[in-house]
Ligand binder design. Structure first.
Ligand code: GLN
Length: 538
């Protein structure tokens, strides 16, 4: 049976529960164990798919087609294990499942209640499909004390009893602030947070203290005493310079050793930190730099393009170059200042997006990249915009557009709501907006001898999708005559997956999101190639 590790948060959010969980997963894997990571989110949306990136950051897409929390991206990047739909659940989904069951009469005769019905459903989710794992690490979203997270905390309390406490471990991540004015480290918020957790019946076994500076022994002792945790299990995590240093720093603090000790397990092999040390060194010490412009609508929120930012950094690691991400708000990008804004830029990237706002800025930037032979990478909406730009300016179809944001023009990009997957037809619907896009992993066939097939080193790929609109295949010949090749198609040759420009050093648009599959220890070939081209450009 798997052992279960629950990670809760206290004091404030955004302390890095996801990163801590992901780092611990790597360390346990490296010691020879099989690990699965899961996230329980306390909000009422069924999934984050319909939330604005400003609210929730990036929506991460799994191979099997779920829209999930961005922490699943961290999990994949650190553990290398592809996440599944069943690895992320929300309060909304739990209630939805329970209420559907109620309507079907599955609880006939009973009053349906938070305890036991909601908590039972949460416990089912935690345990589902875990028999082959050595460890399941479950991160609880939000912080202890939130009304929303109560049923989750109650469920994990019950769960530890159900599987016997020796098979479940509670880790609580809190903030230990440093007050500059009095030059003091404060443990009180941690004490309060643990008190809150204990009032619901959960005694943490390990406390991870996030702090700006190292926590002196006397403060650790205080936390140990007041929070009833062995001093060895008071673990500090001081801010790291790059997130890829996190596994190294948690290992230094013996987090993995303490976890194995708790379960009375031995390490099957020594931890291998070499790959993280190598990439940390490259990220922190490389002198050569490239500036990559990300032109999008959600540039103000750091997490809105999380996987994309990471994938670009991975491309930098591969090419031994530091990638500076220059975020440009497409809504504010005027034609008149494109030249000055893109002056020191080595590569231009237009990421995924939705809706009309900011499209003009994107289209102008693409035109600039095309005409000035600056490496250009269009992802999903970015590819659709590249198609519209080319149609308008090279094919002379002045009213070329996408039916997503313009019902009057000629929809070169249009709504298609049925797709073929593994020979079967999948139908979309516009009755609901949530979960109805073309989602998850789809195959594409690449044109032989194309730039894209050289980059991948093969002619058949699988990439993750998240979009409702498609480029109309009927325009293929007209585009190709003018030098824009449709170099990747769905296996039935109906859906354009990739376009590339001839007579340009690097101009590629992809209908999918390659960033979801890039990992620091195995950078995605498209990002490696894009950064290489950008590095060579200037
Ligand atoms: N809005 C576009 C579509 O739905 C592109 C989506 C995206 O970039 N992920 O097709």
């Amino acid at each position: 049976m798997a052992r279960f590790i629950f990670v809760t948060g206290g004091v404030v959010s955004s302390l890095g529960k996801g990163l801590s969980s992901a780092s611990l997963a790597y360390l346990l894997q490296s010691r020879g164990y099989k690990v699965r990571l899961r996230k329980l989110d306390p909000y009422l949306n069924i999934d984050p798919g319909t939330m604005s990136p400003f609210q929730h950051g990036e929506v991460y897409v799994t191979d099997d087609g779920s829209e999930t929390d961005l922490d699943l991206g961290h999990y994949e990047r650190f553990s290398g294990v592809s996440a599944k739909s069943s690895d992320n659940i929300t309060t909304g989904k739990i209630y939805n499942d329970v209420l559907l069951k109620e309507r079907k009469g599955k609880y006939l005769g009973k009053t349906v209640q938070v305890i036991p019905h909601i908590t039972d459903r949460i416990k089912e989710f935690i345990k589902k499909d875990s028999s082959k794992e050595d460890f399941v690490i479950c991160e609880i979203g939000g912080i202890v004390g939130d009304i929303e997270s109560l049923p989750f905390i109650e469920a994990i309390r019950q769960f530890a009893n159900d599987v016997k406490k020796k098979n479940a471990l509670f880790i609580h991540l809190t903030l230990v602030p440093y007050l500059k004015s009095s030059d003091e480290i404060k443990t009180k918020p941690t004490q309060h947070s643990v008190k809150e957790l204990r009032s619901i019946g959960v005694q943490p076994d390990i406390i991870i203290c996030r702090s700006e500076r190292s926590i002196p022994l006397e403060h650790r002792k205080k936390i140990s005493l007041f929070c009833n945790v062995d001093i060895k299990n008071v673990i500090e995590t001081v801010d790291v310079k790059t997130i890829y240093e996190a596994p190294i720093s948690f290992h230094k603090e013996k987090l993995d050793i303490q976890v194995l000790d708790y379960f009375k397990l031995r390490s099957k092999k020594p931890v291998n930190l070499k790959p993280w040390k190598k990439i940390t060194k490259i990220i922190l010490n490389t002198k050569k730099q490239v500036n990559i412009a990300i032109i999008g609508k959600y540039v103000e929120l750091k997490d809105a393009y999380k996987s994309l930012d990471e994938a670009l950094i991975h491309g930098g690691i591969k090419n031994n170059v530091k990638v500076n991400l220059v975020r440009i708000d497409s809504e504010k990008l005027k034609i008149s200042d494109i030249k000055s804004k893109l002056k020191d830029i080595s590569g231009i990237l237009i990421p995924g997006g939705f809706g009309k706002r900011g499209t003009n800025g994107k289209i102008e930037a693409i035109k600039y990249a095309r005409n000035n032979k600056i490496p250009f990478f269009g992802i999903c909406f970015g590819m659709q915009m590249a198609i519209i730009e080319f149609a308008r300016n090279e094919l002379n179809i002045r009213n070329a557009t996408s039916s997503e944001f313009d019902k009057k023009g000629l929809p070169i990009v249009g709504l298609i709501n049925q797709w073929k997957k593994d020979g079967k037809i999948i139908k979309g619907t516009d009755k609901y907006l949530g979960g109805t896009m073309r989602l998850g992993s789809y195959d594409a066939k690449l044109k032989e001898k194309s730039l894209i097939s050289k980059i991948y080193g093969k002619n058949f790929i699988k990439e993750r999708h998240r979009h409702r609109y498609e480029v109309n295949i009927n325009y293929k010949d007209r585009f190709e005559k003018k030098g824009m090749t449709f170099s990747g198609l769905s296996p039935d040759r109906v859906l354009p997956e990739i376009v590339e420009l001839e007579n340009h050093p690097w101009f590629i648009g992809v209908q999918f999101h390659p960033e979801f599959k890039s990992r620091p220890l195995s950078p995605h070939p498209l990002f490696s190639s894009f950064i290489k081209a950008s590095k060579n450009h200037r």
